[in-house]
Design a protein. Structure first.
Length: 255
């Protein structure tokens, strides 16, 4: 294998990379979002500068069912996102994400900086209830979260659904060097665009969310105090690529 071929590879193993060389198209991607209030002091401990919190201490719990994804196939994801602002623009900071697909986990972390870890999320329809669960652990799977939502009670408008799907997202990309200090430490932003999104269905209704303490899956460090809103949005979407909006290492060199 030539040096030029090595440079064209996206990851290792070189002959079986977990990062597919393709745009990621998600067909029939099904989201359940539950927005809730939590403790402001808890948010202050986990949201990194230069992001700023909103006046209201909100968190978005999300379940995503992805049955048909180019390069990755079929998988499910569960996570938390925190509404923030950056330079006056409202968006959401991706705090933690748990997936049952290694390729999607590795690719999201290595290539883009999504805060992904292995987990055991499930998202399904049980009679007349949308159900999302997250278990963590291998030999003994421990329940971390259970979310339920009414099924197709009230329609969301296309405008409301598109606004939720196109809000800017922020995440940290940290890559350590061999001395354990960061080689890369950046705040990235990704914003999916309306031309790459087809809203298939969008609904709202009522929801409940229960989370449990786990030291290695600390969702409940942002405890549920009050449910604010919920939505189910099903889309076809091609994800946009992130851009760097803040370089922590460059800023540290200047200070």
């Amino acid at each position: 294998m030539t040096k030029e071929e090595v440079l064209r590879s996206t990851s290792t193993p070189l002959t079986s990379t977990p990062i597919p060389p393709t745009k990621h198209r998600f067909n029939q991607r099904d989201h359940m979002y539950i927005m809730y209030k939590t403790d402001r002091t808890a948010l202050e401990r986990v949201v990194p500068e230069p992001l700023e919190l909103l006046d209201e201490p909100l968190v978005r719990f999300e379940m995503m069912r992805m049955p048909d994804t180019t390069g990755y196939g079929d998988y499910t994801e569960c996570g938390l996102a925190i509404p923030v602002t950056y330079q006056g623009v409202k968006g959401e900071y991706l705090h933690m994400m748990y997936l049952n697909n290694f390729e999607a986990t590795a690719s999201g972390r290595e290539a883009h900086g999504y805060p992904k870890k292995p987990g055991y999320p499930r998202y399904f329809l049980d009679d007349n209830t949308l159900v999302g669960t997250l278990d963590y652990g291998r030999s003994e799977k421990i329940r971390v979260a259970t979310a339920t939502m009414t099924y197709k009670y009230y329609p969301l408008t296309q405008e409301e659904a598109m606004a939720q799907m196109t809000e800017p997202l922020y995440m940290l990309k940290i890559v350590p060097d061999y001395d354990d200090k960061p080689r890369i430490c950046e705040l990235n932003r990704v914003q999916n665009t309306a031309e790459n999104i087809e809203i298939i269905e969008a609904w709202t209704g009522d929801a409940r969310l229960q989370m449990f303490d786990h030291v290695n899956c600390p969702m409940n460090d942002l405890p549920v105090r009050e449910i604010v809103s919920c939505s189910q949005i099903i889309v076809n979407i091609t994800l946009s690529k992130p851009t760097v909006v803040y370089d922590y290492l460059a800023e540290a060199k200047q200070s």
